[in-house]
Design a protein around this ligand. Structure first.
Ligand SMILES: C[S@@+](CC[C@H](N)C(=O)[O-])C[C@H]1O[C@@H](n2cnc3c(N)ncnc32)[C@H](O)[C@@H]1O
Length: 340
């Protein structure tokens, strides 16, 4: 899937003169129609990536296989995905290693799952939990489309993490836990049960109110080390002769990461000595800053865009189609030798 001549069923990225990428799946006899003309897939099949091809109207395109980052940004989605800049941080901060036993929730569209699966490799395991069955379907198809076959170490469980994790994961058997969901504090008991002593738990949250709620829940549990948080801002640059400067636009906010590690049972966390005067959080503070009612943590109150079942079903069908095409390409891909 990643080397050798381009084959039917494989995804390729066509980049036009303006740098705009379009991703297509190669098919025998296939054609790619745009307002700039028609490009026959035959012009690409059997060629090596990196070529520049012209369509019938003479419009030229640079041809490359999509990288993981490109794939994630062009794949069908239900839920909002974790962007590559954050996935990269998560893999590093959570210290995901080849062979690791990792737990993840929610799966959403499977973007973060792809980075986690790459990092655990063939001998690691990723147990992913998702409460929406339609989202789990989209994620499964996206992961299969990317790898060309189901990943041997990946299992997806439908249901709430807090209910399903104790059923499927032996106590203390997870090396790492990564959560991307609305109310990760609801999973604290399940995570502390599943995570091995010293195991890392990283959460990705979109708002400071979630960050604060989760931090205080972790602290008051006394089961974890002092949590640490950061966000990553990525600024791209314009590179043109002497006009070398930051681009005018940037993605200013995606989310915050919060990382902590499981203490051994019967241990109490070290109270870190802080230089600044420590501010103790009282119940009153929490009440004024956070909603007292736990039911108030909804997609609507956090201004996240809810995804309708119809939209999710359409994305699932599209993802399934790409995965089926990728699976047909995969056996051939293994037989073809790269003769460059
Ligand atoms: C923002 S999306 C995850 C996106 C995903 N990380 C990706 O990169 O594609 C959050 C997901 O968490 C799921 N979810 C929320 N709470 C959950 C829970 N307690 N257990 C399992 N899934 C949950 C939601 O249904 C939603 O699909």
């Amino acid at each position: 899937m990643r080397r050798g001549p381009l084959l039917p069923g494989q995804r390729v990225q066509l980049i036009d003169r303006r740098g705009k990428p379009s991703t297509i799946t190669l098919r025998e006899g296939g054609e790619w129609h745009t307002h700039k003309g028609v490009l026959r897939h035959e012009a690409l099949i059997g060629q090596h990536e990196g070529i520049v091809v012209a369509n019938e109207a003479g419009e030229r395109y640079q041809v490359l296989r999509p990288l993981l980052n490109d794939f994630v940004l062009s794949m069908p989605r239900g839920a909002t995905v974790v962007y590559p800049k954050d996935s990269a941080q998560i893999v590093q901060i959570a210290d995901i290693f080849p062979g690791a036993r990792v737990v993840e929730a929610g799966v959403g569209s499977g973007a973060l799952s792809l980075s986690l699966l790459r990092a655990v490799g063939e001998h690691g395991t990723l147990h992913s939990f998702e409460r929406r069955e339609d989202f789990a379907e989209i994620a499964k198809a996206n992961v299969e489309a990317f790898f060309g076959e189901p990943h041997p170490g990946w299992e997806v469980f439908v249901g709430d993490l807090q209910d399903r994790l104790p059923e499927v994961q032996a106590p203390g058997s997870a090396d790492r836990v990564v959560l991307d969901m609305l109310a990760p504090w609801e999973c604290l008991d399940a995570v502390s049960h599943a995570l091995a002593p010293g195991g890392v738990w990283v959460s990705y949250v979109a708002t400071v109110t979630q960050l604060s709620r989760l931090t205080e829940a972790i602290r008051s549990s006394e089961l974890f080390t002092e949590p640490a948080s950061h966000e990553t801002m990525l600024r791209t640059w314009h590179l043109d002769g002497l006009a070398v400067r930051p681009d005018h636009r940037m993605v200013a906010h995606t989310g915050f990461l919060l990382a902590t590690r499981r203490l051994a049972d019967e241990q109490t966390p070290l109270q870190l000595r802080r230089r600044e005067k420590q501010s103790e959080v009282t119940e009153e503070d929490l009440q004024s800053w956070l909603p007292a009612d736990d039911g108030a943590w909804t997609e609507e109150t956090l201004k996240a865009r809810p995804v309708t079942g119809r939209k999710a079903r359409r994305a699932a069908a599209h993802a399934r189609q790409i995965a089926d095409e990728a699976r047909t390409a995969h056996p051939d891909a293994q037989e073809v030798t790269d003769d460059r």
